[in-house]
Design a binder for this molecule. Structure first.
Ligand SMILES: [Zn+2]
Length: 419
């Protein structure tokens, strides 16, 4: 098994930790898996990675601290490789010139969380464990259930009883041991940590297992490689980082993971910059935004209440990574209201053809607000990360779109209905 180096987000490099490693033994801070930059740079290059035939996230295996899972792990081997495409009508609507969507709603279980769960399951295979547990607001659990099913492992999923029905259906279909927990996500999260210890399960919970960041960073690798191709550059020596990336934020782990990926590319010399990371929180679940606005690294808790269930959290379990993503990159945090989030769902869909769940429509609502307030300049290259399909929460979308007319099957009635 590989020897893995970790660094605490608060106290720096750590040595000699017994696996499985979760958080800092000194301060309980969240950990980074440390990339051996010199080793990677001496043996690999953008050209060598770019020459790989595998379009999934496993094309970046040289930058991951896990072994590539065997072909027999089915859908686990297909995660990643989602499209990055320009959205000119949306850009125009925002008063911007260059906006791309990175559409991770197309991953196997229809959310970005597949990246994290794929790498955590690969880590479980490396460790030789067969039973995993996670707390989730829905998507992370679905992703673990799907990836565990693909690899033939058992997944125990703890979800707040308020999770949307589509996510619960996915969990049950994948054969996870689904348990609905009374209370909010924090209750499920705390139970998952305790259960992992006492029942001997490998814990995937976001903001606890450092390998979720490893999976999520692969989105940055794809964005930089794809934006290079979009720019018409050859990509032999360097890829292209955008000027800023908009990410919806709940516990801070996605924005932290994407930021980690861009930092690693920059450290390798494979990109010329780290983009400004722009975190968008729901106004009713804005713990990291509050710390950013107060210019403190102390992240307090809130009583989360928002239609965007995927980013609803009282206390962000990976809040410091989420905060550092913005502060270290020159980015920012902003908030959007539930009304803005709901309005953004059909607007995003009609401008781009992408049906996003409320949490990622929030990222678009934030982009619109940032563009109009001058936080983003018109010429800047912007990537909007879409992290989950709108089919995950149809009820929320239906609140914004009204009801269709019902007619007799005649052209006359159709003509009337189309007026
Ligand atoms: Zn520490």
């Amino acid at each position: 098994m590989r020897n893995i180096n970790y660094a605490c987000s608060k106290c720096g490099p750590l040595a000699g930790l017994a696996e499985p490693v979760y958080v800092c033994p000194e301060c309980c801070g969240n950990l980074d898996v440390v990339l051996d930059v010199e080793r990677v740079r001496s043996a690999h290059s953008p050209a060598s990675v770019g020459a790989g035939a595998d379009r999934s996230l496993w094309r970046y295996a040289a930058l991951l601290a896990v072994n590539v899972p065997p072909v027999s792990t089915a859908a686990l081997r297909t995660v990643g490789g989602t499209p990055l495409f320009p959205v000119s009508r949306l850009a125009q609507h925002c008063g911007l010139q260059q906006v791309w969507i990175k559409d991770d709603s197309r991953l196997p279980t229809a959310s970005f969380k597949d990246r994290a769960s794929a790498v955590v399951v690969a880590r479980a295979l490396d460790l030789g464990v067969t039973r995993l547990i996670t707390a989730s607001t829905g998507n992370a659990g679905v992703a673990l259930a799907g990836m565990a099913a693909a690899a033939g492992l058992e997944a125990v999923i703890l979800v707040p009883e308020s999770a949307p029905p589509a996510k619960i259906a996915q969990l049950l279909v994948f054969g996870a041991r689904l348990v609905l927990v009374k209370g909010n996500y924090a209750a499920a999260f705390n139970l998952s940590l305790q259960a992992a210890r006492e029942l001997g399960l490998y814990c995937r919970s976001t903001g606890y297992n450092p390998f979720t960041l490893e999976g999520k960073k692969t989105a940055a690798f794809e964005i930089a490689e794809q934006l290079c191709a979009e720019s018409g550059e050859d990509g032999r020596d360097t890829w292209v980082a955008p000027d800023c990336v908009f990410v919806s934020v709940g516990d801070g782990n996605i924005i932290g993971g994407v930021h980690k990926g861009f930092k690693e590319l920059h450290a390798l010399g494979w990109t010329r910059r780290v983009p400004r990371m722009m975190g968008v929180q729901a106004a009713g679940s804005a713990a990291i935004y509050n710390a950013f606005a107060a210019q403190t690294s102390e992240i307090g808790s809130v009583h989360a209440q928002t239609v965007a269930d995927s980013i609803a959290t009282d206390w962000p379990a990976d809040g410091l990574h989420g905060l550092q993503a913005a502060t270290q990159s020159g980015g920012a945090y902003l908030t959007v209201t539930d009304a803005e989030i709901l309005a953004a769902i059909p607007e995003l869909a009609r401008l781009t053809g992408v049906f996003a769940e409320p949490s990622c429509a929030a990222a678009y609502a934030g982009l619109l607000k940032a563009a109009r307030s001058g936080l983003v300049a018109p010429h800047e290259r912007v990537v909007l990360l879409i992290t989950g399909s709108g089919l995950k929460d149809v009820a929320a979308a239906m609140r914004t779109v009204g009801t269709p007319p019902v007619i007799a099957p005649t052209v006359a009635e159709l003509r009337q209905a189309l007026l």
